[in-house]
Design a binder for this molecule. Structure first.
Ligand code: GLA
Length: 742
């Protein structure tokens, strides 16, 4: 269905799009929110409203068309003032809007400026995909997409703004595509995915920031005058700043208040910004980072910005989290994996590092099988002459010394033990000491005349070059076609520095960063299509590329190289704020954490890893018989709780980041009949009274049995009075409760 009918409301389950009678007003409704746009007499597209559901809107008042300097009759005289205050839905720079703009474009002579005026709209059923980019998806009867067309007749440039609403979801997916309708090239220096001009309020900005070993920590601060930017320039979405931003209105917190959020579906250099303008309004944006971007748009061609997932919550961060989790599980994750069983894996990295061969792995696998693990992941070191991290990236042929009969034979031996096999790859890299580099030195990113930048003794492949992509496809498939590999860990261990392409023509180097990401996506989507059942886990030196873009191909992503219980609580609180629990890959590591040197008991390591994609990464030889028995119990428990973790509603109860002592969260099934709650105490003050832990999300009218305890407790009692905790003492310890409605 495609419609240009004005004065019409199209519905799709819980969502609808209303087109005004004049075809110049648009009201988008989800079950809980309204998003509204209107076109002025002169053809400017304004953002009228976003917030809790409203039945009728006075668009002129919301756009303040009756206030100076927005009275249309003043427009000629006061154009510059008007352009600088009007709440543009998609602001373009160069003609008078002095705020941060979504579009920066120059004509063939290099003259800046773009004047976008409304042309038309189209309403379609379903959710179109963006070519070459990860896209959310829905069936024809599961979503509505409104497309608004804006044009600058002088530049002969057209922008299509996309808004998709999904039945049952609170996320609005936005993106923007630019077309060159003229006869001369256009120079694009910014095309932001979504821009939102909000009413004045003293917002706080929330982002997920950090570094290697401490990714995605919550960072909340007031928005002062000027522009606050969160970005990456490393070529990946980065450990430092996740492509996510939220604005918290005054009074908003975990469980209450208004929150606006944008999560960008992109894995390269991104930018989120919030600008508090001179008139007190706030402009919120997310998109490809213009700082490292440029694109020559040839006549007749187009460029699409990645999708941005926009959501509004009137129930604080909790509402935002549920909106994102539900949406990503139903409309982003690769379908066969979205809610289905993930194998419990044993990863060889921290157990062996590079020191393994088939014999030692088979011994490890036999123990793994006895414990009930399902998948052995052979991490770094199985290929080329890779005995440390100084060689062989790019030479994806099995090392015959380590696997004399080849990978296929090894995999079949594991299959006989009831185990499947996973393999580590770092497809985007090339070691200077590799056959690949000796054959193709021009395939590494480099700046002519300068030494090539090394990091972890490796260079980055030029994924803008089709020949390189062809080699990557071929070398990956050569392995995957000859051995029964069930899982692939896709790693990426350095940033793109001194990044130049010997393939791209002169004057096009600013396209490299985006073309590189398109290359990554093209490889991943090729693998997804060719091996639909292959479980691909994303990784980037731990969690350096944990974003919605990667989740379109990788149902789970390694969250961090840091498996320290306390550090993981911080990291996982931030990660789970946006991304579903099923996507957060967690392992039970060794007693002494290799990143921090701190020691943690096995039960706490298990509880902290009981979040998403679950596994173990430790030397089995170092475990006592008692610990091995405990692991068998942990596996049983994980199996029993897995579908709750994959499909339920996650609620944060306590944050060790805030209180310094304890972290707690729970997951409640959609029908509210099953639940689990986890509490991890890091330390506590001595000589205090026992605590109670108030749960969230249960059915107040139901009674719940708690496994291992006599009797029942009411949902209302558990939520308002709380679970009684026995005295915990002052040391580190954890508790897990499993609840069933009676
Ligand atoms: C990265 C990953 C680790 C491991 C190593 C192997 O650091 O995050 O999990 O795979 O690479 O070199």
């Amino acid at each position: 269905m495609s419609s240009r009918q004005a004065g019409h409301t199209e519905r799709c389950g819980s969502v609808s799009v209303e087109i005004g009678v004049d075809g110049r007003h648009f009201k988008l409704d989800t079950a809980k929110s309204t998003y509204a746009l209107a076109v002025t007499e002169e053809g400017y597209l304004g953002h009228a409203y976003y917030g809790s559901s409203v039945r009728h809107l006075n668009y002129d008042q919301l756009l303040r068309l009756d206030e100076y300097p927005q009275e249309p009759r003043l427009l000629l005289r006061e154009q510059s003032r008007f352009l600088n205050v009007f709440p543009f839905e998609f602001p373009a720079s160069g003609l008078g809007d002095q705020r941060r703009c979504a579009l920066e474009l120059e004509d063939a002579q290099g003259y800046p400026g773009c004047d976008l005026r409304y042309q038309d709209f189209e309403l379609i059923r379903g959710k179109p995909a963006l070519e070459g980019l990860p896209s959310s998806y829905a069936s024809e009867d599961g979503a509505l997409t409104l497309i608004i067309l804006l044009e600058d007749p002088h530049l002969k440039a057209r922008v299509s703004l996309y808004y998709s609403l999904f039945d049952g979801e609170e996320v609005i997916v936005r993106s923007a595509c630019l077309e060159n309708l003229g006869n001369t090239p256009l120079q694009l220096s910014a095309l932001i995915s979504a821009s939102l001009d909000l009413e004045p309020a003293a917002y706080q900005v929330l982002s997920l920031d950090g570094s290697w070993g401490r990714e995605r920590q919550l960072n909340l601060r007031p928005l002062g005058s000027g522009c606050l930017e969160i970005d990456s320039r490393r070529g990946i979405s980065s450990h430092e700043h996740n492509p996510f931003i939220a604005l918290l209105a005054p009074g908003a917190s975990q469980h209450q208040g208004e929150v606006y959020a944008l999560a960008l579906c992109y894995s390269g250099n991104h930018l989120q910004r919030a600008e508090l303008t001179e008139h007190g309004r706030v402009r919120l944006q997310a998109g490809i980072n213009p700082a490292t971007f440029g694109w020559t748009l040839q006549p007749g061609s187009s460029f699409c910005a990645p999708e941005a997932f926009l959501t509004y919550s009137a129930t604080g961060l909790d509402g935002m989290t549920h909106a994102y989790h539900d949406f990503m599980r139903s409309h982003l994750l690769p379908e066969p994996f979205a809610r289905s069983h993930r194998p419990v894996l044993a990863n060889t990295w921290e157990a062996f590092y590079f020191n393994f061969n088939e014999d030692s792995l088979l011994k490890f696998a036999r123990q793994a099988a006895q414990l009930g693990w399902e998948l052995v992941v052979v991490d770094d070191g199985w290929f080329g002459e890779r005995h440390n991290d100084e060689s062989s990236l790019g030479d994806w042929q099995v090392n015959p010394g380590k696997f004399p009969a080849g990978l296929g034979a090894f995999a079949r031996k594991l299959q006989d033990l009831g185990l499947s096999v996973g393999l580590w790859f770092e497809p985007e890299m090339i070691s200077p000491n590799s056959n690949l580099y000796r054959a193709h030195p021009d395939w590494a990113l480099q700046l002519p005349g300068r030494p090539i930048s090394q990091c972890r003794s490796q260079y980055v492949l030029d994924l803008s070059n089709p020949a390189v992509l062809e080699y990557c496809r071929h070398s990956l498939c050569a392995v995957l076609d000859t051995a029964p590999i069930a899982y692939l860990k896709w790693d990426m261990n350095r940033s793109l520095d001194c990044a130049g392409s010997l393939y791209l023509p002169a004057g096009r180097q600013r396209e490299l960063m985006h073309r590189y990401v398109l290359g990554v996506y093209s490889l991943l989507s090729y693998l997804r299509e060719r091996y639909p059942r292959l479980l691909i886990e994303g990784c980037s030196g731990g969690g350096g590329r944990f974003d919605a873009g990667m989740l379109r191909y990788c149902p789970q992503i390694w969250c961090s190289d840091d498996m320290d219980v306390l550090e993981r609580l911080y990291i996982q609180e931030g990660t789970a704020l946006v991304y579903p629990l099923s996507t957060i890959s967690c392992h039970v590591g060794a007693a002494q954490c290799s990143c921090t040197g701190r020691n943690w008991p096995l039960d706490l390591r298990f509880l902290s890893a009981l979040l998403g994609g679950f596994g173990y990464e430790l030397n089995l030889g170092a475990l006592s018989p008692g610990e091995l028995e405990s692991i068998k119990g942990q596996l049983k428990l994980h199996r029993a709780l897995e579908s709750l973790l994959l499909c339920g509603d996650y609620h944060r109860l306590l944050s060790v980041r805030e209180n310094g002592e304890r972290d707690a969260w729970c997951v409640v099934s959609k029908d509210r009949r099953e639940a689990l709650a986890v509490l991890i105490q890091i330390k506590a003050k001595p000589n205090t009274r026992s605590l109670r832990l108030r749960l969230i999300g249960l059915d107040p009218a139901l009674d719940y049995e708690i496994e291992g305890q006599e009797g029942c407790l009411g949902g209302d009692e558990l939520m308002h009075c709380g679970l009684p905790l026995d005295t915990l003492g002052a040391g580190a310890q954890g508790r897990l409760w499993v609840l069933h409605a009676r």
